[in-house]
Design a protein around this ligand. Structure first.
Ligand code: NAP
Ligand code: F7E
Length: 344
């Protein structure tokens, strides 16, 4: 029976990945951080799933900034596969806490890799890399050969984690792979990421529970996929016969403004845009401003334009996304509208 150890089990991807691995009959060990408020809400229901029981889904306290806990957990559990999803994953916040972000996102990867080499070099390792590493891109679409040009402390840390993964693979002959995943979203997405923020706010505005949504740069373009598809790619990456680096994306790109328009259309909220720059606003049918631009949501350095090519994963791993942007918006709006109706 395969044993997985997931660092970052309480996050969006950790939750979907746990469900996938339990369905595949893995024993799943997850690492949670001590927190003063409950941080397990994305995984609490897993115990109720028919395929899960307390004995095949086991949680441990730990932290990737604490090498002793990382080493201890890997030694005690001796898993078949490790998925390193643990990160301070918010790009804007990484400008406020660059040192912590580097410790968790860059050195966290090093700590896990080093424990693998010392404890059991047969353990397979997945590193959660990001399209943010491409940053200020000059070529389209981005694939495994596109050079990195990171634009935030988050992205710089992920570039370190990427290369230390390659370095440990080449130096110690371990099975360590990098996934370079483009943005992926879901109903479980953190509330301060732009898609969740938009979906939640527009659904609440539609139901007269909120008046306005404030955003930053609505002209940034992203290649948004569904987290459910992307955790399957993570698993496939570790099942391939050799370790490698893989871009995972949809190949389609939308601006934040286009995403707003698609969500509004989906929930039948009529909006129209007027103005330019910081004065650009979206108005409701009643001519009330419901989306406004605020300078505080702009980043010191922005990533303007991302679009991936996953031809390699498609050809070799037989992976392709099963859900498009409309499916994603469907899932996210359904979830949010249901939350609102439960409030009533
Ligand atoms: P997320 O929802 O922010 O989850 C991050 C997870 O890491 C949470 O479980 C968090 O715990 C945990 N964590 C944070 N700091 C930690 C530490 N010091 N020690 C141990 N655990 C820690 O992120 P996600 O969207 O699921 O993404 C998963 C991974 O993929 C991240 O590494 C992210 O950077 C990367 N990634 C994400 C995307 C995307 O579009 N979602 C794309 C490319 C790469 P708490 O719950 O306690 O905060
Ligand atoms: O921003 C713009 C913002 O924070 C997307 C993480 O999972 O994906 C994520 O990073 C775009 C940016 O995601 C707001 O400036 C406008 O251009 O949803 P986001 P991200 O920065 O792309 C990558 C692949 C990761 O690896 C990361 O971990 O939207 N934007 N207004 C805004 N963004 C936010 N958050 N909030 C706004 O109000």
């Amino acid at each position: 029976m395969k044993k997985a150890l997931i660092f970052g089990v309480t996050g969006q991807d950790g939750s979907y990945l746990s469900r996938l691995l339990l369905k595949k009959k893995y024993i799943v060990h997850g690492v949670i951080r001590r927190s003063s408020s409950i941080n397990t809400r994305r995984i609490d229901d897993i115990y109720q799933e028919p395929f899960a029981q307390k004995k095949n889904f086991i949680l441990h306290f730990g932290d990737v900034t604490d090498g002793t806990s990382v080493n201890d957990l890997i030694y005690k559990i001796n898993p078949t596969e490790i998925y390193n999803l643990a990160a301070q994953s918010h790009v804007a916040v990484s400008f406020n806490i660059p040192e912590y972000t580097t410790n968790a996102d860059a050195l966290g990867a090093l700590r896990i890799l080093d424990s693998i080499v010392k404890i059991n070099p047969k353990i397979k390792y997945y590193q959660a890399g990001s399209s943010e590493m491409f940053g200020k891109v000059q070529t389209f679409p981005q694939n495994e050969s596109t050079p990195f040009y990171p634009r935030s402390p988050y992205a710089v840390s992920k570039v370190y984690a990427h290369w230390i993964t390659v370095n440990y693979r080449e130096s110690y002959n371990i099975f360590a792979s990098n996934g370079i995943l483009f943005n992926h979203e879901s109903p479980l997405r953190g509330e301060t990421f732009v898609t969740k923020k938009i979906v939640k706010a527009l659904c609440r505005i539609k139901n007269n529970k909120q008046k306005k949504l404030y955003l930053g740069n609505i002209y940034a373009k992203r290649d948004w996929g569904h987290a459910q598809d992307y955790v399957l790619a993570m698993w496939k990456i570790l099942q391939y016969k050799k370790p490698d680096d893989w871009v995972i994306s949809t190949g389609k790109q939308y601006s934040v403004k286009q995403f707003i328009n698609l969500v509004a259309k989906k929930i039948r909220l009529k909006i129209f845009w007027k103005g330019k720059g910081l004065n650009e606003k979206a108005y409701s049918e009643k001519n009330e401003p419901i989306v406004e631009i605020k300078k505080r949501y702009f980043r010191p350095a922005e990533v303007d334009n991302l679009k991936g090519s996953s031809q390699k994963a498609k050809k070799i791993l037989k992976w392709k996304p099963s859900k498009d942007i409309n499916d994603l918006i469907h899932d996210m709006t359904e979830y949010e509208l249901n939350e609102i109706s439960n409030e009533k």
